[in-house]
Design a protein around this ligand. Structure first.
Ligand code: XLS
Ligand code: NI
Ligand code: NI
Length: 433
C-alpha cells in the first residue's frame, strides 16, 4: 500500500439519503436493472492518462499537481501503477484504459521504450491478477512526442508512419497480453493545420492502410477484442479526419472495413462536432458500429475539449437510452476520459470526481431503463411511423416513381400533417428523471 489515498476507505453504495461524500447514492453495482446487474450495464473504466499522467497544465501555465510518481524512471512508473490500482479498488471500478506513454517512461530508442513498456506491462499484469481489475482498452499515444507533430499514419514522412506502425503493434501486443477487451485508435494528430501544405488524398490513403494493418494484426494474433475508432472533429489539429461517426463510417466503407471496426463515442467530441451525444450514439447504432463510450463532458461555454467528469443526469439518461436501445455494451463500457480541474489538487478530489461521475451515470442508466421498460416513448415513436408497416407503406420501398405518381393521382392522395408531439415527449422524459 502507498500512502497516497491514506484514510480513504473503499466507496460503497449507501443510497440517496446518505450524508457521506465518499459513498454512492445511485451506483449500486449488484442492483438488477433490466435483468442484469448495474455494474454489467455500465462497465466503468478509469483513464490512466488524466488521473495519473496529466500534470495539470493549460496553455497559460504548467504543472499544478505534485505527485510522488512524476518522473521518468521505472521505479516511479511502478509507484504510479500501485497508486492507480489503489484508486481502482477504492472506487470498485472493474476496468481501466491506458496509452503506452501513460504507463512507461520514454526510452532513448524505440527498442528501449519497448523494453520499458514490456516490463511495466508485466508489473500491471500482476496487479490485475491481485485485484481482478481488467483492461477495457489499450491504445497508443501517437500525438504527444514532437515526432508526431505532423501526424502518425498521416505524416508526410514515411519514417513516422513506420514508427507509428511499430508503436501500434507494441500497444496491441500489450493490450492482448493484459486481456484487453478492445483496442482504440483516436486520431491524435491525424488531420491538418493548413490545407496549404497538406495532400489530403495521400493522408487518407495512409490512414486507410494503417487501419487495414491493424485489422490484419488482430486476425494474425487471434485478438478477440473489438477495434474502435474514436471520432473527434478538431483539437489538437484544426481539422481531424475522424470528424464524427458519419465521417468515420464513410471512411470505413471506403476501405471495406465497416464490418471490422466500430466506434468509441466521446460525449465531449460529439458536442465539438456540433451534435448531441445521443445523436452520435443513435447513428452508430443504426450503422451497426456502436462499440464503447468516453463519458466526459466539455464546458459548454469554453468550446474546447475540457474533459470534465459527467454530472448532467438528464443528458446521460438520453445517452444510456441509446446505449440500451443498441442492446447495451458487449466489449465496450463507460470510460471516464475525464480529468480534474487544475486547482483540484488533493488525492480526495480524484476519488470524489469519479464517485460523482459514477453516480450520475447510474442515475442516468436507471432513468433510461425506466423509459425503455415503460415503453411509452417507443410506443409513440412506433405510432408515428405506423403507416410504413401496412401494405401500402411497405410497397413504397420497392416501388418506382412512375407507379407511385400514378397512384397519387388515381387515389387523389392529399396527406394531412400530424403533430410531432415534441413537448409532450419532452414532458414524458422529464417524469423519469
Ligand atoms: C482525446 C481523446 C483521447 C482518447 C484516447 O481527446 O479523447 O483521450 O480517448 O487516446
Ligand atoms: Ni477527448
Ligand atoms: Ni477519449
Amino acid at each position: 500500500m502507498t500512502d497516497f489515498f491514506k484514510n480513504i476507505p473503499p466507496v460503497r453504495f449507501e443510497g440517496p439519503q446518505t450524508p457521506n461524500d465518499f459513498a454512492f447514492r445511485h451506483y449500486n453495482p449488484d442492483e438488477i436493472v433490466m435483468g442484469k446487474p448495474m455494474k454489467d450495464h455500465l462497465r466503468f473504466a478509469c483513464a490512466y492518462w488524466h488521473s495519473f499522467a496529466w500534470p495539470g497544465g493549460d496553455p497559460f501555465g504548467g504543472q499544478t499537481f505534485e505527485r510522488p510518481w512524476f518522473g521518468d524512471t521505472m521505479d516511479l512508473a511502478r509507484l504510479k501503477a500501485d497508486v492507480a490500482f489503489e484508486m481502482f479498488q477504492i472506487l470498485g471500478v472493474p476496468y481501466f484504459c491506458f496509452h503506452d506513454a501513460d504507463v512507461r517512461p520514454e526510452g532513448e530508442t524505440f527498442a528501449a521504450s519497448l523494453r520499458n513498456l514490456e516490463e511495466i506491462v508485466d508489473y500491471i499484469a500482476q496487479k490485475m491478477d491481485e485485484t481482478s481489475v481488467k483492461l477495457l482498452w489499450g491504445t497508443a499515444n501517437l500525438f504527444s512526442h514532437r515526432r508526431f507533430m505532423a501526424g502518425a499514419a498521416t505524416n508526410p514522412d514515411p519514417e513516422v508512419f513506420a514508427y507509428s506502425a511499430a508503436t501500434i503493434k507494441s500497444c496491441m501486443d500489450a493490450t492482448i497480453r493484459l486481456g484487453g477487451e478492445n483496442y482504440v485508435l483516436w486520431g491524435g494528430r491525424e488531420g491538418y493545420e493548413t490545407l496549404l501544405n497538406t495532400d489530403m488524398g495521400r493522408e487518407r490513403a495512409q490512414a486507410g492502410r494503417m487501419l487495414q494493418m491493424v485489422v490484419d494484426y488482430k486476425y494474425k494474433t487471434g485478438f478477440k477484442g473489438a477495434i474502435l475508432i474514436e471520432p473527434k472533429p478538431q483539437e489538437p489539429t484544426k481539422h481531424q479526419y475522424d470528424y464524427d461517426v458519419a465521417t468515420v463510417y464513410g471512411f470505413l466503407k471506403d476501405f471495406g472495413l465497416e464490418g471490422e471496426v466500430k466506434v468509441n463515442v466521446e460525449q465531449g467530441h460529439a458536442i465539438l462536432a456540433g451534435h448531441s451525444f445521443e445523436h452520435e450514439l443513435a447513428l452508430a447504432r443504426e450503422l451497426g458500429i456502436f462499440g464503447s463510450i468516453d463519458m466526459n463532458r466539455n464546458d459548454y461555454q469554453s468550446g474546447w475539449d475540457t474533459d470534465q467528469f459527467p454530472n448532467n443526469v438528464p443528458e446521460m439518461a438520453l445517452a444510456y437510452y441509446e446505449v440500451l436501445r443498441a442492446g447495451g455494451f458487449t466489449t465496450g463500457g463507460t470510460n471516464f476520459d475525464a480529468r480534474l480541474r487544475r486547482q483540484s489538487l488533493d488525492p480526495e478530489d480524484l476519488i470524489l470526481a469519479h464517485v460523482g461521475g459514477m453516480d450520475a451515470c447510474a442515475a442516468g442508466l436507471k432513468a433510461a431503463a425506466a423509459m425503455l421498460e415503460d415503453g411509452k416513448l417507443e410506443a409513440a415513436r412506433a405510432a408515428r411511423y405506423a403507416g410504413w408497416d401496412n401494405e401500402t407503406g411497405k410497397a413504397l420501398m420497392t416501388s418506382d416513381l412512375d407507379s407511385i405518381a400514378a397512384r397519387v393521382v388515381a387515389e387523389d392522395i392529399n396527406p394531412a400533417p400530424r403533430s410531432g408531439r415534441q413537448e409532450r415527449l419532452e414532458n414524458l422524459v422529464n417524469r423519469y428523471l
